[in-house]
Ligand binder design. Sequence first.
Ligand SMILES: [Fe+2]
Ligand SMILES: [Fe+2]
Length: 195
Amino acid sequence: MEVRKRYKYSPLVLKLRKAIIEEAKKSKHISSWFLPRHLMEVERCANRLCDKYSQADRDIVCLGVWFHDIGRLRGYDKKHDIYGAEEARKILSQAGLPSAKIEKVYEVCRSHKCEDVQPKSLEAKILATADAMSHFMHTVYLRLFLYYQTEMTFDESRILIRKKLERDFNRKIFFKEVKNQLRKKYEAMRFVLQD
Ligand SMILES: [Fe+2]
Ligand SMILES: [Fe+2]
């Protein structure tokens, strides 16, 4: 198992990271796999990308990791990109972070779904990519069948999950080497999810 590196975050980032991890542990709105298999994986993938693209601001990326899905911890699934961005702006303003940094974190959270708003900064591209990368581990696409089972039929879930797979691979991965590394898994999952 890969040993997790310890990165140097600012004290504020460390404090917020710890608080959101605690909140995730207690959340009644997410499955028990969401913290270890999604959020921690997003952080790990994002840090690997920050190692490679060293001009990225690791603190901004880390805040994006912990705020981007905070709405999902609180039961606001539908527009959680907007919720997370607004919440980050509110908390970081109260903490006195410079507004230029706050707006960067806002963009990272707001654009992570790559739907109506696209990532522009390097930090936002790293988070969107890491978010997609995490879905290719730990059978996440298959776990989604359980997640949707009360709301829709098996076939409706399959179509939705297939759409997510296509969006993850084709629209959320901004680095060619990551795409190449995941291509085989993408094709295999595409095969599994076919009609
Ligand atoms: Fe999300
Ligand atoms: Fe996410």
